[in-house]
Ligand binder design. Structure first.
Ligand SMILES: [Zn+2]
Length: 100
């Protein structure tokens, strides 16, 4: 179920207006250790979002995401360093079965 919880986290972050202080990591249960970054088209704000935990270094990347207004967005075409410096090389949480 961990993968599904990570997917739900994206909605929780949006509901919280981008404030992750009260959000729990689905993998290690740490509080306030979640970070995220949208990367996408500067005009449509559609692209992908990476969500990760700064404590256990787990996370997911979800495509077809739209950054809500006011959320930080790295535009497509930015130098690779900008993305590399912002999004760590975290361990991708994968669905272990269709039911997960
Ligand atoms: Zn964690």
């Amino acid at each position: 179920m961990t993968f599904t919880k990570w997917l739900h986290l994206i909605g929780q972050i949006q509901d919280a207006g981008g404030d992750t202080k009260a959000i729990e990591c689905p993998s290690c249960s740490a509080l306030g250790s979640i970070d995220f970054q949208y990367v996408g088209n500067a005009e449509t704000r559609i692209g992908y979002v990476a969500v990760w935990c700064k404590k256990c270094n787990c996370g997911i990347q979800s495509s077809r995401a739209q950054a809500p207004d006011g959320f930080n967005l790295i535009p497509f075409g930015s130098p690779p360093d900008v993305i590399r410096n912002r999004i760590p090389n975290f361990d991708q949480v994968e669905p272990v079965s269709l039911a997960d």
